[in-house]
Design a protein around this ligand. Structure first.
Ligand code: SAM
Ligand code: DTB
Ligand code: SF4
Length: 346
C-alpha cells in the first residue's frame, strides 16, 4: 500500500476509506456504528485529521449563555430543571428586560466572548415576547457579538421575524435518537422538532442542533442521534454535544455516568461525519477533568460555553476556563486572544 493510500484512508470521512464526498447526508447506522467501534486511537486519529483538514487555525469559538426567561416550561423533558414537571425549587421568572440583557451582553463582550446565546424556557414563543426578543437580538448585534437564541418551537413566520432582526443562529436540539426520544419528552414529537429546524433553515438562519449524552440511552441511540443530525438536508453549522447535568428533582436525576471515553467517541464520530460543522463541548464541563476536556478538543470539539452559569446549571469558573484555554494554547484568530492572555497574566 502506498503512503498516499494510507494518508487518504486516514483522512477519510467514510469507514470504507473513500473520501470523494466528505460532506455526506446518506450515512447508514452500520457505517456510523463501525466508526464508534474503531480502536480508540484510530478513531481519534481520524477525527483529529478531519479537524486539521477543515478547521485548522480557527481557534476555540467561545459562546456565553443567558437564561432570558427561566423555568415554568410546560414541556416534560426528563433532563431539564426548567420543566413544570420537574420537582425542583427553581422559580419561574418573567422574560428579562431588553436593558438587562444588553448589560449582560456588554459584560460578556468585554471578556472576549464571540457569541451571545439567549435561552427561554418556552414550548414556543408568544408574539409579544418575540417582539422583545427581536429587540434584544438587534441590541446584542449592535455590540458586535454574534447572536443565538433558543426559544422552543417556531412557526415559519416566527423564524423569518427572527432572521429579519439580524439573528445569526437558532438552537434547537434533537437530543437523542428517534427511538429514544419518546422516553425523554412526551409533550412533543421529534417530528415537531424537525419541522422547526426546517423553518429555521428556510428563513436563512444558521442552525445549532445537537444532543445529550448520558440520559440512559444506548450506543445505538447515540448512533441514531448522530445519523439524524448528519442526514439533515444541511449539516447544522453548530453541533452542541452536552453531557447530562443531573438535576435533583428532574426525572433523569439519577442516571448513571457514561464512560468518559464513550463521550469522546461521540464527539469524534460527530467530527468525522459532519466535517464542516463546529462541534461544541457543551453542558457538563464542570465535572470533566482538564485532561478529558483537552481530549474532547483534540477529537474535534471547537467551541465551549464560558461563564459561571449555563442556563440554570453551573459551569466552570471563568478564570479557571481562561487558564485552561491559555494552558492549551487554544486561542485563535476568532477568539480575541489578547483579552484571554491579558486576564490570565493579571
Ligand atoms: N426550551 C428550549 C428548547 O428546549 O429548545 C430552549 C432551552 S433548552 C434548556 C436547550 C437544550 O439544553 C435542550 O435541548 C437540551 O439539549 C439542553 N439541556 C437542557 N437541560 C440539560 C441538562 N440538564 N443537561 C444537559 N443538557 C441539557
Ligand atoms: C445546548 O445544547 N446546551 C445549552 C444550549 N444548547 C442552550 C444549554 C445547556 C443547559 C444545561 C442545563 C441548564 O443550565 O439548565
Ligand atoms: Fe422546556 Fe426546553 Fe427544558 Fe424542555 S428543555 S423543559 S422545552 S426549557
Amino acid at each position: 500500500m502506498s503512503i498516499g493510500t494510507i494518508e487518504l484512508s486516514a483522512y477519510s470521512s467514510s469507514p470504507s476509506g473513500d473520501d470523494t464526498a466528505p460532506v455526506r447526508h446518506d450515512w447508514t447506522r452500520e457505517q456510523i456504528a463501525l466508526l464508534f467501534d474503531l480502536p480508540f486511537d484510530d478513531l481519534l486519529y481520524r477525527a483529529h485529521s478531519i479537524q486539521r483538514r477543515y478547521h485548522a487555525g480557527r481557534g476555540l469559538q467561545i459562546s456565553q449563555l443567558l437564561a432570558i426567561k427561566t423555568g415554568g416550561c410546560p414541556e416534560d423533558c426528563g433532563y431539564c430543571s426548567q420543566s413544570v414537571h420537574a420537582e425542583t425549587d427553581l422559580k419561574a421568572s418573567a422574560l428579562m428586560s431588553v436593558d438587562a440583557v444588553l448589560q449582560a451582553a456588554a459584560q460578556a463582550k468585554a471578556t472576549g466572548v464571540q457569541r451571545f446565546c439567549m435561552g427561554a424556557a418556552w414550548r414556543s414563543p408568544r408574539e409579544r415576547d418575540l417582539d422583545r426578543v427581536c429587540t434584544m437580538v438587534e441590541g446584542v448585534k449592535a455590540l458586535g457579538l454574534e447572536t443565538c437564541v433558543t426559544l422552543g418551537m417556531l412557526t415559519a413566520t416566527q423564524a423569518q421575524r427572527l432572521a429579519n432582526s439580524g439573528l445569526d443562529y437558532y438552537n434547537h436540539n434533537i437530543d437523542t435518537s428517534p427511538e429514544y426520544y419518546p422516553s425523554l419528552t412526551t409533550t412533543r414529537t421529534l417530528q415537531e422538532r424537525l419541522d422547526t429546524l426546517e423553518h429555521v433553515r428556510n428563513a436563512g438562519l444558521k442552525v445549532c442542533c445537537g444532543g445529550i449524552v448520558g440520559m440512559g440511552e444506548s450506543r445505538e441511540d447515540r448512533v441514531g442521534m448522530l445519523q439524524t443530525l448528519a442526514n439533515l438536508p444541511e449539516h447544522p453549522e453548530s453541533v452542541p454535544v452536552n453531557s447530562l447535568i443531573r438535576v435533583e428533582g428532574a426525572r433523569l436525576a439519577h442516571e448513571r455516568d457514561v464512560d468518559v471515553l464513550e463521550f469522546v467517541r461521540t464527539i469524534s464520530v460527530a467530527r468525522i461525519i459532519m466535517p464542516i460543522s463546529v462541534i461544541r463541548l457543551s453542558a457538563g464541563r464542570e465535572h470533566m477533568s482538564d485532561e478529558l476536556q483537552a481530549l474532547c478538543l483534540f477529537a474535534g470539539a471547537g467551541s465551549v460555553f464560558i461563564g459561571e452559569k449555563l442556563l440554570t446549571a453551573s459551569n466552570p469558573a471563568p478564570n479557571i476556563d481562561r487558564e485552561l484555554i491559555n494552558r492549551l494554547g487554544a486561542t485563535g484568530q476568532e477568539s480575541s486572544p489578547i483579552q484571554w492572555v491579558a486576564k490570565s497574566q493579571q
